[in-house]
Design a protein around this ligand. Structure first.
Ligand code: AMP
Ligand code: MG
Length: 354
């Protein structure tokens, strides 16, 4: 691929400079690509109504053509031209959770190029809760298609430096707006079924959704034991969020997790591998290894979500061959964390039953 000149623009997220936002919006309006921070991860944006611009996203990321993109809006009214209709259920969710990390599926209108939806008749839409993202979209006055701004398959970027690592020379502009907050991507929710179905767990938890609906389903294809089912969210079928190193996630009671990690550490070091350990505040001092990285605090799992992708990239910089990662409890944001860990490990999860 021919390298292009990538401009990096620093913008203060609390007080975005209008001139700089305008420069970035002009790039989008002219059919270019801009990486920008959202509250979840950095997105790689382009004009959602311009098929050629959208194509540039797929090329820069090396993204499979059948993996659809989420369309981002900066104002609720931007949704109407993009969809056939906005069902009552969606309105309720939009009112409660937008702006925020919840992506909803709608039947698409003719305005949405099929390139965006990977040929599907539904389009995924969300309104991000981040000043830079919202002002950029409003200034461009266009819906902005934006998948995570990483090379396809790599951990999603939670800082501009991660975007620079992956996409420098491949996109027109990178807005550096500091660290993102949530750290894992949005929840993708299908409301076309009687019972709303989570197609990808994310920033809005199942528990959050249960405040509105009596029951919420998880796409059965996301369960560990369901290798034969086809996920309804096409992106979920790919190995994803992956460090260069191999990774094993250990799930169970904390005591057993750390015991198992100690044993595996010994076993693999004896084989000559450089082993990294993804530990937590609670366990950071119990492993005899130089390559321990603390991902967060088990009592505040949102800290684990916020740091997860960054830590995966740090292990690659250390050049470890294998990452042994402590699993977390699969409730609240823990569901999204375990989904990302499982994918990063290519399904390599060891569950210790007692
Ligand atoms: P990313 O933007 O990189 O976080 O990826 C977007 C995610 O949204 C992928 O997992 C897609 O499979 C999912 N997605 C986007 N559009 C649709 C759709 N129409 N139906 C189901 N999943 C979708
Ligand atoms: Mg992604």
């Amino acid at each position: 691929m021919k390298r292009i000149n990538t401009e990096v623009l620093k913008i203060d997220r609390n007080n975005p400079d209008k001139e700089k936002i305008k420069m970035a919006a002009d790039v989008i309006k002219n059919g270019g690509t801009v990486a920008f921070p959202t509250e979840t991860v950095y997105g790689l944006g382009a004009n959602a109504l311009d098929e050629k611009a959208v194509e540039k996203i797929f090329i820069a990321k090396g993204r499979p053509q059948d993996n659809p993109l989420i369309v981002h809006i900066g104002d609720v009214n931007q949704i109407y031209p993009l969809v056939e209709s906005v069902p009552e259920k969606a309105l309720k969710l939009m009112e409660r959770f937008w702006p925020g990390p919840l992506t909803l599926l709608f039947n698409k209108s003719d305005k949405i190029p099929s390139k965006i939806t990977g040929g599907l008749e539904t389009v995924a839409i969300r309104m991000p809760n981040h000043k830079i993202a919202v002002e950029l979209i409003k200034e461009a006055n266009l819906p902005v298609a934006a998948p995570s701004a990483n090379t396809s398959g790599k951990p999603s970027p939670t800082n501009a430096s991660h975007v620079i690592e992956d996409l420098m020379g491949k996109i027109d502009m990178i807005i550096d707006g500091g660290n993102t907050g949530v750290g894992v991507e949005s929840t993708v929710l299908d409301i076309s079924t009687d019972m709303p179905t989570i197609l990808r767990p994310g920033g809005i938890t199942k528990e959050d959704l249960l405040e509105i609906f009596p029951e919420v389903k998880i796409d059965p294809a996301l369960e560990k034991s369901s290798k034969d089912l086809k996920p309804k969210s096409p992106g979920q079928k790919y190995r994803h969020y992956s460090p260069n190193a191999q990774m094993i996630v250990i799930q169970g009671e904390l005591q057993e997790i750390s015991q198992s990690i100690k044993e595996l550490l010994k076993e693999y070091e004896e084989k000559g591998l450089k082993v990294g350990i993804m530990a937590t505040e609670q366990t950071k001092n119990i492993y005899e290894s130089k390559n321990v990285i603390v991902v967060g605090d088990r009592d505040r799992p949102e800290t684990i979500a916020a740091n997860l992708f960054k830590v995966l990239r740090e292990f690659d910089k250390k050049g470890v061959d294998l990452i042994l990662a402590e699993g977390v409890e699969e409730s609240g944001i823990g569901m999204a964390i375990m989904n990302r860990m499982r994918k990063a490990a290519g399904g390599n999860v060891k569950t210790i039953e007692n």
